[in-house]
Design a protein around this ligand. Structure first.
Ligand SMILES: [Zn+2]
Length: 257
C-alpha cells in the first residue's frame, strides 16, 4: 500500500511546502482520505484515477479541495465521483457547500454520460468497501461528529486519525487488529497551547504521548500529520524531545507499507 500525504502548497522551486493547511492523504493513487488539498496537489494521473473520497468530518480544511476536484473532472467523468461520509457530513456538504449558493449542486447536475457526484453514507463502527479497500470508521473526539479510519487491502492496513483530541477508542481499535502497518495521527498544537487544543479538539505532543504510551513496544510506527503550520517548529521540537517513537510525515513523500 502506497500512501502519500498531499502537500497543501509548493515552494518557488516546485518542492512540497512543509506547511500543511489542508489535510488530504492519497492511497495507491486511487483513494483519497479527506480532500483538503486534493484538487490543488494531485497529479494528472491521480485526478483521473481517484473516484472515491472518504471524508473524516466537515471542517473546511478537510473538504476545501472537493468542489474544484469535481469541477476539474466534470466533462471527463464516465461515472460519479463517490464521496463517503457520515449522514451529518453529507448533509453539511449538501446544505452548506453544494447548495447552488457556495457551489453548484453537483449531485443534481449530470454530464453527457450521467451523474458526476454521488454521496454514500457510512455508519461509524460499520466497515464498508471503497475503491477496492475495506474501510473501518472509528468515532474520534473532535468538534462535532468526526471519524478516524483503518483502511485495508488484502495485504496490509493503515490507520488514519483525521482531526482528534485524546480518543482511547481509536488506539484500542488499532491495537486490536493485527494487520495495521502504520498509524497516521494528527498533532496540531504545541503543549503551550494545550487549552486551545482541548477546546478545538486536537492533540499536542503531551496528549499524544498519553495516547501512544498505551501501545505495546511492537506497535506499528506512528507518523504525525496535520501540524498547524504556524506552530510546526515547536511541535516538531517537542515531539523530538519526547520519548515517543514518532516520525513527522513529510508532505509529498510516498510511504510504502
Ligand atoms: Zn477539524
Amino acid at each position: 500500500m502506497k500512501l502519500q500525504v498531499m502537500p497543501s502548497s509548493f515552494e518557488s522551486d516546485g518542492s512540497a511546502s512543509l506547511r500543511q493547511h489542508l489535510p488530504c492523504i492519497v492511497i495507491d493513487d486511487r483513494l483519497a482520505v479527506d480532500a483538503g488539498s486534493l484538487a490543488f496537489a494531485c497529479s494528472d494521473d491521480q485526478r483521473t484515477a481517484i473516484r472515491d473520497i472518504v471524508i473524516s468530518h466537515a471542517h473546511l480544511d478537510h473538504i476545501a479541495g472537493l468542489p474544484s476536484f469535481v469541477d476539474d473532472n466534470f466533462t471527463s467523468l464516465d461515472g460519479p465521483i463517490r464521496v463517503h461520509g457520515t449522514g451529518e457530513l453529507l448533509r453539511a456538504l449538501s446544505d452548506h457547500v453544494f447548495n447552488d449558493v457556495i457551489y453548484p449542486r453537483f449531485t443534481e447536475i449530470e454530464n453527457d454520460r450521467g451523474p458526476v457526484l454521488e454521496f454514500i453514507e457510512f455508519s461509524i463502527g460499520r466497515s464498508f468497501a471503497a475503491a477496492g479497500y475495506e474501510i473501518q470508521p472509528i468515532a474520534v473526539e473532535h468538534l462535532g461528529p468526526s471519524a478516524g479510519f483503518i483502511i485495508s487491502d488484502e495485504h496490509t492496513a493503515v490507520a488514519i486519525s483525521g482531526d482528534m483530541s485524546a480518543t482511547d477508542e481509536f488506539w484500542s481499535v488499532v491495537e486490536d487488529r493485527d494487520d495495521v502497518a502504520a498509524i497516521f495521527t494528527e498533532c496540531s498544537f504545541p503543549d503551550a497551547l494545550a487549552d486551545l487544543a482541548l477546546r478545538s479538539g486536537h492533540l499536542t505532543p503531551a496528549t499524544l504521548a498519553g495516547q501512544i504510551g498505551r501501545l505495546p513496544p511492537d506497535a506499528p510506527p506512528v507518523f504525525v500529520v496535520n501540524i498547524k503550520p504556524m506552530y510546526r517548529e515547536s511541535v516538531v521540537r517537542e515531539l523530538a524531545e519526547s520519548e515517543m517513537r514518532v516520525e513527522v510525515a513529510l508532505p509529498g513523500r510516498i510511504y510504502e507499507f
